[in-house]
Design a protein around this ligand. Structure first.
Ligand SMILES: Nc1ncnc2c1ncn2[C@@H]1O[C@H](COP(=O)(O)OP(=O)(O)OP(=O)(O)O)[C@@H](O)[C@H]1O
Ligand SMILES: [Mg+2]
Length: 365
C-alpha cells in the first residue's frame, strides 16, 4: 500500500531543499500565492508519474541556476523512488535503487490522483481527457490492458504512416487487422470497467449521501460503429482515411460522457457542483482500485477550497476520508481547510499533519 513516509525535494521551482515526514492520513499545506504549494504537489506528481502536470518541457521545473531537480520518496513498505531531472541530459528514475523499466512501473509503484483547476477538463475538455481518466483506471486494475493498448497504438501509428505515404491497400491491411484485434480487447476492458464504476458510483452516492444533483450516468462510446466489426469498418473507410491522412475510427476515438438527467454534466452543473462531481468520480475510481487490487493511491488536491463552499469542502474531505488513503491538500488560508479536514480525518480515525509554505521553505506546524 503506497504511503509516503519520507519526501525529499531539491532544486524544484522555488523549493531549494525540503525534507518532510508526511502523515499517512491528511497532509495540509498552507501559504501565500507564489509560496511553493503547487510546486510541492508537482514534486509528488513527478514521483508517481515521471512528468509534471504544469509543463511538458524538461526545464521549467528545475530551479533557476540549479543543475537538477531531484525528488526522493520512501514508502511505508520501505520502497524508495528517486527521480532526477538535470538541466542537460535525460531524466533518471530509480525504484528500490534500480533504474525503472518505464513510466508504467513507476505509476504502479506510486499511483497518484490529481485534482486541480485543470481537472475540469474531465467534463469540459476533449474526449482525450476522458479517455485518459478511463485508461488510468483500466490500466491499474487490469494488467493485461497495457499490452493491448500498446499494440493498438503501434498499429494505429503504422496505419497512419502508410495512409499518408499512399501505400497500397495490401500494405495497410495487416495493420488494420492488428488495430481491430487489439481494439476489440480494449473495448471489452473499457466497457466492463465502466459498468463496474457505475455500480461503485451508485454505492458511494448512497453511503456518503452525495447530493442528488450528482446522480451521474456514464455514456461510453467505443470509437467505431456499435454494430460493425472494426476491421470491416477500417476496410470500408480506407479512401476516407486516405483523404484525411489518419484513421477515423478506432479506440483512439472512444469517449466517456458524464450525463446528469440525460444532459452533459458540464452543461448543467455549476462550477462547485462540477468540482464536487469530479472529486467524487476520482474517489470512486480509487475505491474501485482498492476493492479490486487492494491498492491505495495518493491524492493530490491543489487549492481545494477554490470554487467550493464550506459544506462542499466538507463533502470532499468526507469522500477522501472514506478511502483512508494518503492525501496532500493545499490552501492559501488555513481556516478555509483545516477545520473541515481535521473533522473528517478524525471521523475516519485518520491523523492530520499541517505544514506552512513560505518562499519555498516547508515547515511542519
Ligand atoms: N524554475 C523555477 N525556479 C525558481 N522559481 C520558480 C521556477 N518556476 C517557478 N518558480 C517560482 O516558484 C514560486 C512557487 O510557485 P507555486 O506555483 O508553487 O506557488 P503557489 O504556492 O502554488 O501559489 P498560488 O497560491 O498562487 O497558486 C513562484 O514564485 C514562481 O515564480
Ligand atoms: Mg498554486
Amino acid at each position: 500500500m503506497p504511503v509516503l513516509t519520507r519526501l525529499a525535494i531539491s532544486g524544484l521551482r522555488n523549493i531549494a531543499e525540503a525534507n518532510l515526514e508526511p502523515e499517512a492520513g491528511f497532509n495540509l499545506f498552507f501559504g501565500n500565492n507564489g509560496s511553493g504549494k503547487t510546486s510541492l504537489l508537482e514534486a509528488l506528481y513527478l514521483l508517481g508519474m515521471g512528468r509534471s502536470f504544469r509543463s511538458h518541457l524538461q526545464k521549467p521545473l528545475i530551479s533557476h541556476e540549479m543543475p537538477a531537480a531531484t525528488v526522493f520518496g520512501e514508502t511505508l513498505d520501505g520502497i524508495t523512488i528517486g527521480i532526477q531531472r538535470p538541466q542537460r541530459g535525460l531524466q533518471s528514475i530509480k525504484i528500490a535503487g534500480k533504474p525503472a523499466e518505464g513510466i508504467a512501473e513507476l505509476s504502479r509503484t506510486l499511483p497518484v490522483q490529481l485534482i486541480n483547476s485543470d481537472t475540469f477538463q474531465l467534463m469540459e475538455g476533449s474526449p482525450s481527457d476522458r479517455r485518459h481518466f478511463l485508461d488510468w483506471g483500466v490500466f491499474h486494475v487490469e494488467h493485461q490492458y497495457l499490452e493491448y493498448w500498446r499494440r493498438a497504438k503501434k498499429a494505429l501509428e503504422q496505419r497512419n504512416l502508410l495512409l499518408r505515404a499512399e501505400a497500397s491497400a495490401n500494405e495497410i491491411e495487416p495493420w488494420s487487422h492488428e488495430l481491430a484485434l487489439n481494439a476489440g480487447h480494449m473495448d471489452e476492458y473499457r466497457r466492463s470497467y465502466i459498468d463496474q464504476l457505475a455500480v461503485q458510483f451508485a454505492e458511494t452516492v448512497s453511503t456518503l449521501e452525495l447530493p442528488a444533483s450528482l446522480a451521474v450516468s456514464f455514456n461510453y462510446s467505443r470509437g467505431w460503429d456499435s454494430h460493425t466489426d472494426l476491421f470491416v469498418q477500417l476496410q470500408e473507410s480506407l479512401s476516407k482515411d486516405r483523404k484525411y491522412g489518419h484513421t477515423t475510427a478506432g479506440p483512439h476515438k472512444a469517449d466517456l460522457q458524464f450525463k446528469v438527467g440525460g444532459l452533459d454534466a458540464a452543461e448543467v452543473l455549476s462550477r462547485g457542483q462540477l468540482k464536487l462531481l469530479i472529486c467524487a468520480l476520482k474517489v470512486v475510481q480509487s475505491q474501485h482500485l482498492i476493492n479490486q487490487r487492494g491498492i491505495r493511491c495518493l491524492f493530490l488536491l491543489d487549492d481545494l477550497p477554490a470554487e467550493l463552499d464550506v459544506s462542499n469542502r466538507e463533502m470532499v474531505c468526507k469522500l477522501l476520508g472514506s478511502l483512508k488513503t494518503q492525501v496532500f491538500m493545499t490552501s492559501i488560508e488555513l481556516e478555509a481547510l483545516a477545520p473541515v479536514a481535521i473533522r473528517q480525518a478524525e471521523a475516519n480515525s485518520m491523523k492530520t499533519k499541517m505544514f506552512h509554505v513560505k518562499h519555498g521553505i516547508i515547515c511542519s506546524i
